[in-house]
Design a protein. Structure first.
Length: 131
C-alpha cells in the first residue's frame, strides 16, 4: 500500500486548498517547510480539555499538514518526515504536552512507517496562548 493510500485510509483529505494570506507549505531545495496548522477544537489542555481530546486534535493537525503538503508537492509518496514541532495551548500546570503530540506522531508513523520515513525528531511545547 502506498503512503497516499495509507493517508486516505486514515482520513487525510487531498481536496484543493484555496490560497490564503500565507503559504501553508513551501519548497526550498529538496525540503518542504510547513506553516503552523491549527485544530478546530477550542479550549485549554489541562483546563477545558483532556489529554485524549488533545491527542485527537494533534492527529487532526497532522491531517491538515499532510493536505497542505499534498497540495503544494502533488504527492506524499517518496517523502520523509524530519521534525514535528507541537505547540499545545495549555494550562500553567499542564505537563503532558508530549502525550498530546503523540496524536500527530502516531498518525505520521501509521502513514509513513514508524521505523522508516515517519520516524522523526520532535518537540512538544506548552503555550499560554495560541491562535
Amino acid at each position: 500500500m502506498s503512503v497516499e493510500d495509507r493517508a486516505k485510509e486514515q482520513g487525510v483529505s487531498f481536496e484543493p486548498i484555496s490560497p490564503g494570506y500565507l503559504n501553508l507549505c513551501i519548497r526550498t531545495g529538496n525540503q518542504l517547510w510547513t506553516s503552523g496548522h491549527t485544530s478546530d477544537l477550542q479550549g485549554v489542555l489541562g483546563k477545558d480539555l483532556a489529554v485524549e481530546q488533545g491527542y485527537e486534535a494533534a492527529a487532526d493537525c497532522a491531517k491538515k499538514i499532510l493536505r497542505s503538503v499534498y497540495n503544494s508537492h502533488g504527492t506524499l509518496n517518496g517523502l520523509r518526515v524530519l521534525k514535528v514541532l507541537g505547540c499545545v495551548y495549555s494550562a500553567p500546570d499542564f505537563t503532558d504536552q508530549h502525550l498530546v503530540i503523540n496524536g500527530c506522531s502516531d498518525l505520521l508513523h501509521t502513514i509513513f512507517g514508524k521505523e522508516g520515513d515517519g520516524y522523526h525528531a520532535r518537540s512538544a511545547l506548552g503555550f499560554a496562548a495560541l491562535p
